[in-house]
Design a protein around this ligand. Structure first.
Ligand SMILES: [Zn+2]
Length: 366
């Protein structure tokens, strides 16, 4: 590590940055949902690859495009509401025909990224996201390249326009990608849940504002869950597989589960991206009691052991249910979550109604 690393931004600089971010949502020009996807991708990558000092962070368009593919993947299936089963057919999102059921992500023509993913899925019906990050994209490589070109030509070029004026407060262009300015990765890590929520709300609003979607949306109000959550069916499948893997034992209390919940070990409210290694089996009561808090040290130690011991199994389950499985990313997310917790004075859940402070010692486990 270099001896001259940049210091974290001052509290005042962080406030200024938040102010700009807020302006981006109120004054930015959003005709497609790409800019929201780009913000979410940058925030995710800052958590996975950034550090807690003020260093700049260079990202390639291919890395960003890989996150785009993951984000838009489930949005290319027809929108039918989460409580009804998903039809297995994929509809041509750009066909313009009456039967188009995928949500429009852009005014006018369907967004190119969505059309590209939909076409790719029709050509590769058996392929799931599980292999997206293996072997530099493997079969996904051409798709990632195509999406990377769109990211470079559109949202990366226009995201930082505020009220019609370019204001580079997030990144500057570099060959083949962009570089987060000093302090930006820090802010994205620090304010992750806020950035995610702002971007998701903006995304949902944008989808609702696109006139072609009015007919599809109707009265349902599960749009945010459809856009961003793991589909119910996949969660049920994950639950069934984890039950076998964990011999129907609750991850937290060790008791036998009859009815089982699938719990996000690092809470979904902190980091809303479903990585297979972050799922554990739990009693509904344990799950509810833990709620949106981090788990205490004994659980963290057990989780570390769990993802090491079951890495292959978890990858396999990810393969079966089509969710991304990557121990390295999950560990980076946990390191970030507990690091924030320790510096922010968070309390961790030990058991029902019992909380303990998160200390830097937690990080030695990770
Ligand atoms: Zn339990």
């Amino acid at each position: 590590m270099s001896a001259h690393r940049a210091a974290p931004p001052s509290p005042e600089a962080q406030l200024q940055w938040l102010n700009k971010l807020q302006r981006l949502f109120s004054e930015g020009d959003f005709t497609a949902t790409y800019k929201f996807a780009l913000l979410i991708a940058l925030a995710d990558l800052a958590v996975e690859k950034g550090t807690d000092d003020g260093e700049p962070l260079a990202l390639t368009f291919r890395e960003i495009a890989t996150n785009f593919v993951e984000l838009y993947w489930q949005q290319t299936v027809p929108y039918v509401g989460l409580n009804r089963p998903h039809p297995q057919v994929l509809v041509a999102a750009d066909s313009g025909a009456e039967h188009t059921l995928a949500l429009h992500q852009s005014n006018g023509r369907q967004a190119a990224v969505v059309s590209a993913i939909a076409a790719f899925r029709r050509l590769n019906p058996g392929l799931s996201l599980a292999t997206l990050r293996v072997d530099d994209g493997g079969p996904f490589r051409p798709l990632i390249g195509e999406v990377a070109r769109t990211v470079a030509a559109q949202p990366a070029r226009y995201l930082q326009n505020l009220a019609g004026q370019a204001d580079r407060f997030l990144y500057e262009p570099v060959v083949g990608g962009l570089c987060l300015l000093p302090g930006v990765a820090y802010c994205l890590r620090r304010f992750q849940p806020l950035v995610q929520q702002l971007a998701r709300n903006g995304w949902v609003r944008q989808i609702k504002a696109i006139s072609q979607n009015a007919r599809l949306l109707g009265e349902t109000d599960d749009l945010e869950a459809f856009l961003f959550d793991t589909p119910r069916q996949a969660l049920d499948q994950i639950g069934a597989e984890l039950r076998k893997l964990c011999k129907s034992q609750c991850f937290y209390c060790g008791g036998r589960v009859h009815e089982a919940d699938v719990d996000h070990f690092v809470p979904f409210s902190l980091y809303p991206r479903d990585l297979m290694h972050n799922f554990v089996l739990a009693h509904p009561a344990c799950n509810r009691s833990k709620s949106d808090t981090l788990a205490a040290l004994p659980h963290l130690e057990r989780w570390r052991e769990y993802i090491d011991r079951h890495d292959d199994d978890l990858r396999e389950i990810g393969d079966t249910v089509g969710r991304p499985a990557d121990a390295t990313s999950s560990l980076a997310v946990a390191r970030w979550g507990y690091g924030n917790g320790a510096s922010g004075g968070a309390r961790a859940w030990l058991r029902s109604m019992e909380y303990v402070p998160v200390t830097p010692a937690y990080l030695t486990v990770l």
